[in-house]
Design a protein around this ligand. Structure first.
Ligand code: EPU
Length: 333
């Protein structure tokens, strides 16, 4: 059912109150195809869980939210299973399902807000694991041809918080389901990420304990979108050359860094933002989270443009001080 002049406040985790001209929640692939056959030519866009977007203006068109559900075991061998989850499933519900069934591989990605269909778009990642490490394929609807296609891992061109869906195919396909390759026992536990490793110290290393620890770290650092509006990390962690890094070290000897691809290092954006005094800063209802400087927050009635202005001020100062252009990680709509 299409609803007219609908507020999207409850459909984005930043809690921004903008209106869409019309709105529909879709329950199945068939319903989606039928809808698009009738709306040919008129503007529309698709939202997943709304947890990686910043809405900056009202939308003159149809907003479609994928709510198709279902998790199915499609193949099983002695070492692994292929699991197909529909795009509208909640990501964390899928992680819980995997834990209950003792299927490993996504426990480090526990408690990430958002939908299954949105997960490949930014190749979600946390605590040393990225979606691509368990990704098998996804089913997409090609919006030009209105036909379904299957994309394997290679076709998705995954990168750090990146994929073909964020670039070349932006706006031209809709992901309708995702298939993951999960491990049966013995699981390969990924516990090398600093904070995770220390929190697991002395505990038995099972996929269930990893998930518990990840959930408690996330709860302690990241704001709960049900309490304070946010979209997780607002910026990407920048990757710079070793030359640039060595130059910065002279001015900032404590600059944290992680090795990346040949001759490059990754710098935690949160550290630079904190050094510049933005952590916990608040302009009206737009602010920088008190416990994690990479997360922008909406304390109530912030407009998308106010959060964007704060982001631009951060980008400007980081560029001045560190000569690093910070890239926004959330999608601006
Ligand atoms: N740090 C600070 N100040 C802060 C927070 C962090 O200086 O307020 C520095 C510290 O040096 C710390 C380092 O940043 O050791 C890394 O911090 P953290 O482990 O919290 O991770 P992050 O780099 O800030 C990334 C992801 C998160 C993910 C965590 C854990 C990106 C853009 N963000 O954040 O992902 O949960 O690692 O793996 O890569 C998201 O994408 O929305 C997200 C929350």
């Amino acid at each position: 059912m299409i609803i007219k002049n609908f507020s999207l406040k409850n459909y984005n985790t930043f809690g921004i109150d903008v209106e869409t001209e019309s709105f529909i929640a879709i329950q199945s692939e068939q319903e989606l195809v039928k809808l698009l056959e009738t709306t040919k030519g008129s503007p529309y866009r698709v939202l997943g869980g709304g947890s990686n977007i910043l809405l900056t203006e009202n939308y003159k068109g149809l907003t479609i939210v994928m709510k198709n559900l279902g998790i199915e075991l499609v193949e099983e061998t002695s070492d692994f299973v292929l699991i197909e989850a529909q795009a509208g499933e909640n990501w964390h519900d899928l992680v819980l399902w995997a834990l209950e069934n003792d299927f490993g591989g996504i426990e480090n990605l526990a408690f990430i807000p958002g939908s299954v269909g949105a997960a490949p778009i930014q190749n979600i990642g946390a605590y040393g694991v990225e979606l691509e490490s368990v990704f098998h394929s996804c089913r997409v609807l090609d919006l030009k041809e209105l036909s379904f296609k299957t994309f394997d891992k290679k076709a998705c061109s995954f990168g750090y918080r990146n994929s073909i869906f964020k670039n070349k195919l932006r706006g031209s396909v809709i992901i309708t389901s995702v298939t993951l390759r999960l491990q049966k026992k013995p699981h390969q536990i990924q516990s090398h990420y600093g904070t995770l490793q220390s929190a697991l110290d002395g505990k038995s290393k099972t996929i269930q304990t990893v998930a518990e620890v990840v959930i408690s770290i996330r709860k302690s650092k990241l704001p709960d979108p049900n309490e304070i509006g946010n979209s997780g990390s607002f910026f990407k962690n920048p990757i710079i050359t070793t030359n640039h890094f060595n130059k910065l070290l002279k001015k900032h000897p404590e600059l944290p860094h992680y090795p990346d691809h040949d001759g490059h290092v990754k710098i935690p954006a949160a550290w630079m933002i904190e050094q510049l005094g933005f952590k916990g800063k608040r302009n009206g209802d737009a602010g920088v989270h008190k416990k994690q400087a990479l997360v922008l927050v909406n304390y109530g009635n912030a407009k998308g443009s106010e959060l964007l202005n704060l982001a631009k001020e951060i980008q400007k100062q980081v560029l001045q001080e560190f000569e690093i252009p910070l890239e926004i990680e959330v999608n601006l709509l």
